[in-house]
Write a protein that binds this ligand. Structure first.
Ligand code: 8NA
Ligand code: MG
Ligand code: MG
Ligand code: MG
Length: 331
């Protein structure tokens, strides 16, 4: 739903409201929105988990690559195609090799691992939960492994971990007695542990911290006035890097828990997606990550059916979600 606006710095309020009104008006037939790389890779992550009933790196990258070669024009990040070419050329021998060589060995810090992480998070939550809801180690380990096949930079895979932990918390916490600040605080605790030992003077990633971004999220939540869009764009970020988009998606989910002056709609799910797109920049990805969190929190019954009929393959994806649930049942 966000892809028609991807890359735009300024999205007119009326323009965006009209876009949603057309989708929600059953008498107006608008063509479905083709899904982008975000859905393409999310879908293949889920199918791989379903078929293997566990994470299999080689199978997952093969599925990513096959989907990519089947239709490479779904708005993939500019560097990720190289990984798929290199994987295919080497017959998928080392599923982690090509990603680790990207960007002169630094690996990608793009948001591509975070944008597709929902099925991995749901699988880990369901499969590994043995009554101990406090131990996040299984989910962190699984997400790290599933991310590094394309995103070996720590900011890239940590972004995926943060998004997965947000999905896990959203599933865990009661939606009728939900405190946005406690949610942010819990994520800050996990990310603080992860960032222990980071060198703030490192010339490459020194000072780049998810905790700092989450503190900003809390500041916005505590403020009585809605932050200006420019403030969010410049400080929280709306870009293709994980650091400049995952905390933003989390903020969209949390901000949408209350009425928003800039998005006067009653349905929380709609408000969340609409608000995420209104921020501009990487709209498809930030909206899909925010949607994954609010979906985990509220369940699929809150998704307006008119949204679904406009999304390419939404029926297939519903079936995949049901299959994922079955496949992730603890054995
Ligand atoms: P990626 O791994 O290619 O990363 C995205 C971009 O981030 C790269 O193309 C680089 O510009 C930059 N980048 C990442 N790591 C480094 C690094 N170590 N050094 C320098 N630059 C770096 O792809 P991805 O899968 O992470 O990207 C996901 C995003 O790409 C999503 O927003 C998705 O929707 C898509 N996207 C497509 C378009 C488009 O117009 N086709 C625009 C934006 C985003
Ligand atoms: Mg319509
Ligand atoms: Mg995309
Ligand atoms: Mg995008």
């Amino acid at each position: 739903m966000g892809s028609p606006f991807e890359g735009e710095a300024h999205i007119g309020r009326t323009h965006l409201s009209n876009y949603f009104n057309q989708i929600l008006d059953p008498s107006i037939k608008v063509p479905f929105k083709p899904y982008t790389d975000d859905t393409a890779m999310t879908k293949q992550s889920a199918i791989s988990l379903i078929e293997n009933k566990s994470f299999n790196a080689q199978d997952m990258v093969k599925k990513f690559a096959n989907e990519y070669f089947h239709n490479p024009k779904r708005g993939y990040g500019s560097a990720i195609g190289d990984i798929f070419f290199n994987l295919r050329r080497t017959n998928y021998a080392d599923p982690y090799g090509p990603a680790s060589m990207q960007f002169k060995g630094l690996g990608s810090y793009g948001n591509g691992a975070a944008m597709r992480v929902a099925p991995v998070a749901l699988f880990a939550y369901h499969h590994c939960s043995d009554g101990d809801n406090h131990d996040v180690t299984p989910i962190v380990n699984l997400v790290t492994d599933a991310s590094k096949v394309t995103h070996s930079n720590k900011l890239g895979y940590r972004g995926a971990i943060l998004q997965a932990l947000a999905i896990r918390l959203a599933l865990l916490l009661d939606k009728d007695d939900f405190d946005t600040i406690s949610f942010a605080n819990e994520l800050i605790q996990y990310m603080t542990q992860m960032e222990v030992g980071d060198d703030p003077d490192d010339p490459i990633d020194g000072g780049k911290s998810f905790v700092t971004k989450l503190e900003l999220v809390k500041q916005y939540l505590n403020s009585t006035e809605e932050p200006h869009i420019e403030e969010i764009q410049n400080k929280l970020g709306v870009h293709v890097s994980a650091l400049d988009s995952v905390p933003t998606a989390i903020y969209c989910f949390l901000a949408a828990q209350k009425p928003l002056e800039s998005v006067p709609v009653d349905c929380k799910f709609h408000r969340c997606i609409h608000y995420a797109i209104s921020l501009g920049g990487d709209t498809d990805t930030i909206a899909s990550m925010a949607g994954a969190i609010i979906g985990a929190h509220m369940g699929d019954e809150v998704i307006p059916n008119q949204f679904l009929v406009h999304c390419e393959h939404s029926e297939d994806i519903r079936k995949i979600a049901d299959d994922l649930y079955e496949a992730s049942k603890p054995t």
